[in-house]
Write a new protein. Structure first.
Lengths: 317, 317
């Protein structure tokens, strides 16, 4: 067992932060560390919150933190933001939020930023959720900004996914297009003091009726996060969904399907690491790419053949 | 040479559509077809247009189609939309747009939708651009909705990337976060009849001054696409950028860097295809994932090792 994993199990907050940095930086020992961490899992409630920019997710999450703390639960919040792949960097907003809960050891807030690699952010986020689970937080919440493919991918790891919409914003069309509607277990109409709530509710109800009736029927919750309205109902519905998953076959099926996807993703990442190392060490590769008539499809085929050859030769040693 | 590639070179529009479907569905013969297609390349001007939802990209592209056609150029437009990974499906909006240019053989419009796999959409889009280039379109334009990681990835294939913003929309902050600012070769302030144009222009100018001075200085273009204003200037600036790339070292460097990324991506995809087949054929894999204590990190390591073992054994045969 890695010392870091042991310290996480002892609820050492510095070990937690260090482990997250390791997965973010794709540390060579990452996989074996995560294996240890996985063995320490506590099966926290994984909650995903997503929605278009400006839907008020951050303030909603802030209210939710206060609410679950008042009920005695501990909570880790991972805020995912596709910041610049060039600048990296932390987010001012999260620093401000962090301050509010700074003296409360039952709250951990961390923001994750893109490191440039395709799928890298989604992968690092999922690993971070696992690390927070091993630490012992009762609730591990991931909040994503935007509705791109990688956000969708992150949401797949959550047990309970809430989609936050606002009346009259046109968000619905965007999230429809992005395929977020189908993965939502709860719909939240935030800023419900604005006009258009009923129209949005009817649209959501129609959508719910259209979709598969054999799964959990997503409730529609109205909130005004700035006035702390509806937060208790939101939390009750989130717990409801957790109970539903535990009591029906759907929870088990969902877990297996997610695990299958995750194993495949991890293998893919391993492959990538191997190939990248193989190519980076080769001056011939750069030379070949540098030619004016270089054909990427031909090059890829040749290099893959060479890589396989190397695997075979290493096996013979 | 594939018959399909030969027919594309003969400008057979059905062959074009068929080849795109093949790359979308990840057909087994995809790579060898693309190799043939690559050999037929005409070096079209690859243009990328991106921006937040609602910035008016579609109508801007529509105006641009009319404009370049009036100059005698042919154009292919690939609209990328991260639609539902569950439903797939075509987009109503593009069908409407398609109708406008239906009788003009110098215009080809196609929308690409997510097929569920991470990075699959970006890959298929890049291959589609190549197919349109082989067909002989003078301009191949890709338009993306949203500012997620995969959109960013698609934009990297374009020679010239335009970022569309609107005054007072708050888009700037979102695209700043998404790292789109850094890849833009042109900034377009669309809906420039709205207030706030000057404020946005100053902000963009400051941003441009801050960034690397040794590369192309992105111009700021104001347009009102609904009134067909500024389209001629936009096109002129796009051609300017193409000339700049051709005349300086930056174009060559950009091409090599992109090719390097692309070859790596293709190799990764090839290996993944092989591993995926290996897993799919194995009932043991599903059985292992099905266990309540299944550890994804352990499973991934073991299966990848097993697959490599198989490569070695096949090599010995």
């Amino acid at each position: 067992m890695h010392e870091l994993a042991e310290n996480i199990a002892k609820q050492d907050i510095r070990a937690l932060a260090k482990a997250i940095t390791m997965v973010e930086n794709d540390h060579p020992e990452k996989l074996s560390l995560l294996q240890d961490i996985f063995s320490l899992r506590n099966n926290a409630h994984f909650i995903g919150i997503t929605g278009a920019p400006g839907a008020g997710k951050s303030s909603l999450v802030n209210r939710l933190i206060h609410h679950v703390r008042s009920q005695g639960w501990t909570i880790a919040v991972i805020a995912v933001d596709p910041t610049s792949p060039f600048s990296g960097g932390a987010l001012l907003g999260d620093r401000i939020r962090m301050n509010q809960h700074f003296t409360d050891p039952g709250v951990f807030i961390r923001s994750m930023a893109t490191r440039g690699s395709l799928g890298g952010l989604a992968r690092a986020t999922k690993d971070t959720l696992r690390i927070c689970d091993a630490f012992g937080f009762d609730i591990v919440l991931v909040e994503t900004v935007g509705v791109g493919q990688s956000e969708l991918d992150i949401m797949k790891v959550a047990d309970t996914t809430a989609l936050v919409l606002t009346p009259n914003s046109g968000d619905v069309l965007q999230v429809f297009k992005a395929g977020i509607m189908e993965i939502a277990d709860l719909f939240v109409i935030n800023k419900a003091d604005l006009p258009g709530v009923e129209k949005l509710r009817i649209l959501l109800r129609d959508f719910i009726m259209m979709t598969n009736k054999e799964r959990f029927v997503p409730p529609i919750i109205t909130t005004v996060s700035t006035e702390n309205k509806g937060i208790d109902d939101l939390w009750k519905q989130m717990e409801n969904h957790k109970t539903y998953l535990a009591e029906t076959n759907q929870g088990k099926e969902q877990r297996i399907r997610k695990l299958e996807l995750e194993v495949k993703e991890l293998i893919r990442e391993e492959i990538w690491r191997d190939v990248d190392t193989y190519l980076t060490d080769s001056p011939v590769f750069l030379e070949q790419v540098d030619k004016p008539d270089a054909d990427p499809y031909q090059l890829a085929r040749n290099w893959y053949k060479d890589w396989k050859q190397e695997v075979m030769e290493n096996g013979r040693k």
